[in-house]
Design a protein around this ligand. Structure first.
Ligand code: NCD
Length: 310
């Protein structure tokens, strides 16, 4: 196992750039952040984060901004390209070279795969990938791991089910890579049109046991974690293809009758129709708790990257 590298000044582009020790360290620091999230801190006083969001977001952007604010720093940026120079035709590289003058860290969400990597190459300050097309969403994977660790007390030994859109869903790509650093069993549940991306499957199945299947109910009794995802309508080549898989899964409270009592249901959100509201009231549902854990993990990451934590 590789050593945990220093986080100071580091880009957070792909989860594949991180060792298990790195991920464990981010989570250890998230524990330290919990009281600070409640009472506030001036750890990052005078430091500035710019959020450059070229794609829709509610949680991720607010979570980063809240994390920075709770640590005493300031957040600025844009949540849509309307009204920015992107509308005039400014390219990403130029926007990065400009905005890095205004901040100490950049948080970038972009519809194109590879955009975060490119931004990191142009920026002299750290870049955090908040979602790069259908490719990756590394900070979501970190908070997903943290949710498992907090709710179940461990990650090793778990049976984890990733269900839904495994082809276009970036959260499940990053999460599968991250989970493959632990000793877990992975079940991949999707319609055949939305199977896990080949390069992710190949890498992950070289490290842990992976089973692909289409039927969700079959794996519910085995699962310790059931991670549901939205079918990513906006990433389909045609609406016709989307219609073929729309509404493939809809988890209800009665489906959970077969589940282990400790089993947790997770979702990166937003949910559409893949988790029925009846699940919200069950003890299994952890998707809103995940949001809180996400805040702590992002406080931890920003603190580490900006050298306020070590
Ligand atoms: C996800 C995303 O943007 O990839 N949302 C999030 O960041 N929590 C999931 C999704 O949009 O389905």
């Amino acid at each position: 196992m590789s050593e945990s590298a220093s986080f100071v000044g580091r880009d957070i582009v792909s989860i594949r750039d991180f060792s298990r020790r790195d991920l464990d360290h981010v989570m250890d620091m998230a524990v330290v952040m919990e009281p600070l999230a409640k009472k506030g801190s001036d750890m990052l006083h005078g430091r500035i984060m710019a959020t450059l969001f070229y794609e829709a977001s509610t949680r991720t952007r607010l979570s980063f901004e809240s994390a920075m604010t709770r640590l005493g720093g300031t957040a600025l940026g844009f949540a849509e390209t309307k009204g920015t120079s992107v509308e005039k035709g400014e390219n990403l590289a130029d926007t990065i070279r400009v905005t890095e003058n205004y901040a100490d860290v950049l948080v970038v969400r972009h519809p194109l795969e590879g955009a975060a990597r490119m931004a990191a190459e142009f920026a002299s300050i750290p870049v955090i990938n908040a979602g790069s097309g259908a490719e990756e969403h590394p900070t979501q994977a970190m908070l997903d791991l943290y949710t498992m660790r907090k709710e179940l007390g461990r990650i090793d030994g778990l049976n984890v089910v990733l269900a839904g859109d495994l082809r276009y869903g970036r959260t499940v790509h990053s999460l599968a890579y991250a989970l493959s650093l632990y000793d877990i069993n992975l079940y991949l549940v999707s319609p055949s049109l939305l199977k896990m991306r080949k390069e992710v499957l190949e890498e992950v199945s070289g490290r842990i046991k992976v089973q692909e299947l289409e039927e969700l109910n079959k794996v519910i009794p085995e699962a310790d974690v059931l991670y549901m995802t939205r079918i990513q309508k906006e990433r389909f080549g045609s609406l016709e293809d989307y219609e073929k898989v729309r509404g493939s899964y809809s988890l209800t409270a009665s489906d959970l009758a077969a589940a282990k009592s400790e089993m947790i249901v997770m979702h990166p959100l937003p949910r559409i129709d893949e988790i029925d509201y009846s699940v919200d009231k069950t003890t299994h549902s952890k998707y809103f708790k995940q949001v809180w854990y996400g805040l702590l993990v992002r406080m931890s990451l920003i603190g580490l990257v900006l050298a306020a934590l070590s």
